[in-house]
Design a protein around this ligand. Structure first.
Ligand SMILES: Cc1ncc(C[n+]2csc(CCOP(=O)(O)OP(=O)(O)O)c2C)c(N)n1
Ligand code: SF4
Length: 274
């Protein structure tokens, strides 16, 4: 009997043990994603992964035994756009942190959603800049203490799902690192979409946020994610004031609109270039 982990076949040899801190959500998200790939029976050779710069960028690069491009901070979606237009037959998946996706790379995100180009963007929202030491970022909740906001963050965080949905994405969903089964199912659905798919995973960063949030163990952060989450259907029936500081989980958009790389290939045919 083989004692190998069933998902080990997707892991590049020599990359374990991985670089994530103990209790980080990134490893859980990697596992949930690989489970979706495995259950769908997708061929890793027909997929290409893009990594942002940040802890979450380590999910596909170097961990996944597949073609991977580790792009400059904030530029992974721009690189992914080029790949998808050149090789539309590939499944393109981007892993970025909230700082990468919504801070420095915010413009690329909204335009990729507007174009409805066929890729899946997984935004790991750990509510901070993890790799650079735990600074406040575009999703840090108002009032949260970080090393750059020791008296509490004064700014309101982005709602990335509402933003991407309004920009025109086909599939938009939010889960947390507590909701692994729902996350795997959502990955499966998103990987089957033709157009732009965006999944935000609110995740724990025990190294930088555990103490400021008043927790002693990473598992307490997971329970906090569970207790602060409200399903989107339930949230739609509650007054807005009751939702302050809550994580609204579920599917925000599930559409099938024209996809850009197909329209682009058609344009090339019409122009007689191929
Ligand atoms: C152009 C550029 N600006 C800034 C940095 C420094 N930097 C490295 S990672 C990072 C942010 C990481 O935060 P996030 O994207 O939220 O990912 P996380 O580490 O939290 O997963 C920054 C600002 C950089 N590498 N390149
Ligand atoms: S710093 Fe935070 S996000 Fe980065 S690997 Fe450690 S726990 Fe994870």
């Amino acid at each position: 009997m083989s004692l190998a982990h069933p998902l080990e076949k997707y892991i590049r040899k020599g990359t374990l043990p991985h670089t994530f801190c103990a209790g980080c959500g990134d490893g859980m998200i990697a596992q949930s994603f690989l489970r979706a790939v495995d259950e769908l029976g997708l061929d890793f050779k027909k997929m290409v992964f893009l990594s942002g710069i940040g802890c979450s960028g380590w999910i596909p690069s170097p961990l996944f035994d597949a073609d991977t491009l580790h792009a400059p901070h904030g530029r992974a979606i721009a690189y992914a756009t080029g790949i998808k237009l050149f090789k539309p037959e590939l499944k393109v998946v981007v892993f970025v942190g909230d700082g990468d996706a919504l801070g420095i790379g915010g413009n690329h995100l909204i335009h990729a959603a507007r174009r409805n180009i066929g890729m899946l963007v997984v935004c790991v929202n750990n509510m901070t800049y993890g790799m650079t030491g735990g600074q406040a970022g575009p999703t840090t909740p108002r009032g949260m203490a970080t090393i750059t906001t020791p008296y509490g963050n004064l700014e309101r965080g982005f709602d990335s799902c509402e933003l991407v949905k309004a920009a025109g994405a086909d599939y938009v969903a939010r889960w947390t690192a507590f909701h692994m089964r729902q996350l795997t199912n959502s990955f499966k659905k998103a990987l089957g979409k033709k157009g732009f798919a965006f999944i935000e995973v609110v995740s724990q960063c025990p190294t930088h946020l555990m103490r400021p949030m008043g927790f002693k163990r990473p598992s307490e952060m997971l329970l906090w994610l569970r207790d602060n989450s409200i399903p989107i259907e339930k949230a739609s029936k509650l007054p807005k004031e009751g939702l302050e500081g809550k994580i609204i989980i579920g599917e925000y958009a599930d559409l099938d609109r024209p996809e850009l790389s197909e329209a682009y290939a058609e344009l090339i045919r019409r122009a007689g270039a191929r």
